[in-house]
Design a protein around this ligand. Structure first.
Ligand SMILES: Cc1ncc(COP(=O)(O)O)c(C=O)c1O
Length: 441
């Protein structure tokens, strides 16, 4: 889709994109408001994916736009190394009020990938600060996505994201994933089968000894792999085993954070308190890049009470843009909207209607599973022999042509609309998707 204003597409090497295919037939978005994008040819596209799981409040919210414009004029940058400005303090204090338990501290980053690598480094340094320097091993999970830094791809479990980039971090193990069509296909919400898979952590501990293990990192709901849900009691079990062996438990909530499941964070939804939570995306509603690692008191205390002289830096880690003024202004305005419009919990109100609409696609051609939780859903299509991913890609492009943005990973279509979604939008998303699934065949 191009028009007279289409730029030359050669120079921009697009991320996670089939560049040659895209540039032969580009899909360009030029504006957005609330639930909709405007495409380059003037068509309105209903956003069924909150951009890339980030525009939770809907597009181009005036409050955020104004705050960003004001901030950039007043103080566009100030360092936060041995200096500061007021905004990250104000933002951190407000954010932790929405956190469960004694999660009382925040380390700011600029993305989910940076949040993950920050949390992994904090976990290792935390054990060292307490005199357990042998605890360096990291445990991720098959099919996990933790961004694209070397730490994130090492604990991540998506083969394509790892295979061309080795050697990855040494000393990393993976838990098995919980995806199982035989037992769990078409389950509404969290499945019953698979809780026992958390017990594999006991076996990993037996193999390596707890004294070598720093942290376990999991997404409460695996998003990028195609919305894979934790079985009932699975996350509780991981928590129990981590507590038993002194292992730091990190929830990667880059997708599940900021209201996606119907609670502020997935930790509250599943009633499991991890030691750290990594976030990004919804923190600024996608308007300005920002990430944050939320940290429980005992971890932060271990650094502050390590017996170092006052002038010693407790953690040799940080980014030029940690706590960037413009990102903080966007996040503070976004937080106002989450709080004032009840958007941390709105997904819970819409979830029953969403679930029924999603499962209404059962019986459509090639649909082999439907999964849902909060305002997230996935429709799994059977793969064509020898041409995995082509069926869902065609569904994605057909939906786009018919005015709905869905997300394709492999042969899964994933959906995660802005949390301001209304019932007619939900109807449009699933009607369009059903029509595309039938047409593609
Ligand atoms: C669970 C999870 N962690 C980390 C990331 C990486 O975030 P970013 O692309 O901002 O680096 C993502 C991105 O989708 C994610 O879903």
């Amino acid at each position: 889709m191009t028009n007279a204003a289409t730029p030359n597409l050669d120079a921009f090497w697009m991320p996670f994109t089939a560049n040659r295919q895209f540039k032969g037939s580009p899909r360009l978005l030029v504006a957005a408001k609330d639930m909709h994008f405007t495409a380059a040819d003037g068509r309105t596209i209903l956003d069924g994916t909150a951009g890339l799981w980030c525009v939770n409040l809907g597009h181009s919210r005036e409050r955020i736009n104004t705050a960003v414009a004001r901030q950039i004029r007043e103080l566009e940058f100030a360092p936060t190394f041995q200096m500061a400005h007021p905004l990250p303090f104000e933002l951190a204090a407000r954010l932790v009020k929405h956190m469960p338990g004694d999660i009382e501290h925040v380390f700011f980053t600029n993305s989910g990938s940076e949040s993950v690598d920050t949390a992994l480094k904090i976990a290792i340094a935390y054990h060292r600060a307490r005199g357990e320097a042998a605890r360096t091993r990291l445990i991720g999970r098959e099919k996990g996505y933790h961004g694209v830094g070397f730490g994130g791809i090492s604990v991540g479990g998506l083969g394509n994201n790892r295979k061309n980039f080795g050697p990855l971090l040494p000393g990393v193990d993976h838990l098995p994933h919980t995806f199982d069509l035989e037992h769990n296909a078409f389950t509404r919400g969290v499945p019953d089968w698979g809780t026992h898979l958390a017990e594999v952590l006991e076996r990993i501990v037996a193999l390596h000894d707890a004294s070598t293990i720093a942290a376990v990192i999991v997404e409460p709901v695996q998003g990028s792999a195609g919305v894979i849900l934790p079985p009932h009691g699975y996350l509780q079990k991981l928590r129990e085993i981590c507590t038993k062996y002194g292992i730091v438990l990190i929830f990667d909530e880059v997708i599940t954070g900021f209201g996606r499941l119907g609670t502020p964070f997935g930790a509250q939804y599943f009633d499991v308190l991890p030691d750290m939570i990594t976030t990004a995306k919804g923190i600024t509603n996608g308007a300005v890049p920002m990430g944050a690692v939320f940290v429980r008191k005992h971890i932060h205390d271990a650094f502050m009470d390590a017996g170092l002289p006052d002038n010693a830096i407790e953690l040799f880690h940080g980014y030029t843009y940690s706590g960037h003024p413009v990102a903080c202004a966007a996040a503070l305005a976004a937080l106002d909207i989450y709080e004032q419009e009840g958007l941390f919990t709105r997904a819970a109100e819409m979830a029953p209607y969403w679930e029924d609409a999603a499962h209404g696609l059962r019986g459509e051609p090639n649909v082999i599973d439907i999964r849902n939780i909060g305002l997230v859903a996935a429709v799994e299509l059977s793969s064509r022999p020898e041409r995995a991913g082509t069926r869902a890609y065609e569904v994605f492009t057909r939906c786009f042509e018919r005015g709905v943005l869905v997300r394709q990973t492999g042969d899964t279509i994933a959906l995660s609309p802005p949390l301001i979604v209304e019932k007619p939008h939900i109807d449009q998303i699933f009607t369009t998707l059903a029509e595309a699934i039938r047409a593609v065949g």
